[in-house]
Design a protein around this ligand. Sequence first.
Ligand code: ATP
Length: 677
Amino acid sequence: QTQLKAKSKHPYPDWKAGDPVPYAALCQTFSLIEMTTKRLVIMDHCSLFLRQVMRLTPNDLLPTVLLMINKLAPDYAGIELGIGESLIMKAIGETTGRSLQVIKADQRVIGDLGLVALKSRSTQPTMFKPKPLTVRGVHQGLMSIATVSGNGAQGRKVDGIKKLLSASDSQATGKVDITKDKGGPSEAKYIIRFLEGKLRLGLAERTVLVSLAQAIVCHEADQKGKVPSTTELENGESILKTVYSELPSYDAIIPAVLENGIKNLRDSCKLRPGVPLKPMLAKPTKAITEVLDRFEGQKFTCEYKYDGERAQIHYVAKDAPQELSQATAGASKETADGVASIFSRNSEDLSKKYPDILAKLHTWVKEDTKSFVLDCETVAWDVDEKKVLPFQQLMTRKKKDVKVEDVKVKVCVFAFDLLYLNGEPVVEKSLRERRDHLRESFAPVEGEFAFATSMDAQELDEIQVFLDESVKASCEGLMVKMLDGTESGYEPSKRSRNWLKVKKDYLSGVGDSLDLVVLGAYYGKGKRTSVYGAFLLACYNPSTDTYETVCNIGTGFSEQVLEELHAQLSQIKIDRPKPFYSHSSGGQHQPDIWLEPRYVWEVKTADLTLSPRYKAGSKEGVDPSGEKGISLRFPRFIKIRDDKKPDEATSSRQVAEMYRKQEGVTKNKGPSVDDDF
Ligand code: ATP
């Protein structure tokens, strides 16, 4: 309501219609957001600001939204800052004339580089008043830092950071109280936090999306001199959410909404080849009976769950010129008869990893199939034995600049869903219809392209037999999917109840493995003295944007893996935990070294238990006192998840769900064991 009644006026005085959006105005909004934890208040600040941008400087709406979500471009563009702490400290030191030692000492005390930058700026005498930063300028500056490559790239990145920092307005912040993290505009702080990849405002990406929808609806009503109704606001939100899930690209959506309004957005912004969507995900189960309970009275299908790498294949034939022009917007490559691209589960471009797939694609496509988006799993393939190979084989393939003639590990593509066909999205059709289209539009080629093996039987015994067969065929178990009705539509980016996974290994355990972020390491003992012997792992809490620790792990690593991990992790050491790490403060529980949050590992566990040492799920109400978090008992390393970013790790809520599901089971199992070393 405050949102609706508020005049679309922002208290930033120097910003006039047509001016570029002042970066200080955005930072002021960030500061307001940072001062509260109430989601509705955050949303109000956010949408009021976006509404103001639309009114005064609509051309800057895109960079404003991108800076709010800590991104420079859509994920598939592959633009990443990749800037570690040491480079940032160097830039702060060089900009402010303070030595690296002083900066490091400050960082050890303050623990937040954004505040270190602020402190350094405010103690620096300024001879010239810098030209104010604009949102557009900061976006461009960050973009050039991200895209610098070649010789001397590091040095030029530092120069880019220095340029932004020296233009940041320290005067507006006044005297900096380094014990306080909140209040006052502070450009240097937010520039540094952007570079670190975390603004830490409690502003989830989803909240920005909803705020944007509100801002658009309110702005459109403002122009007509009206106040929007609640229904109009809800419709706007629903339109933007759906459109964004099918076409997750603000670069495409924002110009379209500015030009044609929100009502027409669904027509102008549809799923299209070239722009990857976030894949649909499955819920874990612990028993086939759980599957039967969930789908009672409804038709479902069971498919093999292949153990490879998820791939979304986009294709447009040369003789579909209209779509071709749009498809080339993405990371498309020329193929024998069209353009195609392959994306990972987190929308990264895999075309350079799988040129062999791109080279063969045209041979699987039937004549009438002119464009498509396929959801599939690429699996290592044994050419002699004609069977699937374990995931470890796929891992040995090079990731970039692969040449078709050098490929040693062949892959077979197992297709299990179709999202777009011949110019039309098909995500809203039932799975049965999509599957029919899939089977009609492609021709399997042995060892190259196949449809996921499936069975539509509904009886427990038959499913059990099919599960055993899937494991014999080197698969992880089954995916069980709703077949008919609107519920069986493809739900991009959702972990849906309409897809269940049944993994053979976990039927008697917690139902699934976890994907966790490595935050720290312990020096090895005995045979492991030259490497790290154990590691501190965490899950991710998207609502607080923090990593909550969940276990120490020292099992499941071969000597070779430990050596590789030592080499890799030594590169990302940091002096102290990041402010967004949540771990018990007890001295004896601290790892020997802390790490940047960069790598995700898959981990198996016997079960889950409560522990005062760890913080996972402590805000999810699992422990009435709120002091204990969830921890893993007997965790075991499985593999590195290259295809997941840290904020795609298992969430605190998922850990809490797993804990609750097995709560009754583990009671009275004896004393809890936090660590295995
Ligand atoms: P997991 O560790 O199980 O792969 P995840 O978080 O990556 O977890 P889930 O949704 O939990 O993803 O499991 C589904 C994954 O299984 C998909 O991302 C895909 O890579 C893989 N997969 C293999 N076979 C199928 C299939 N027939 N249908 C859907 N996904 C499949």
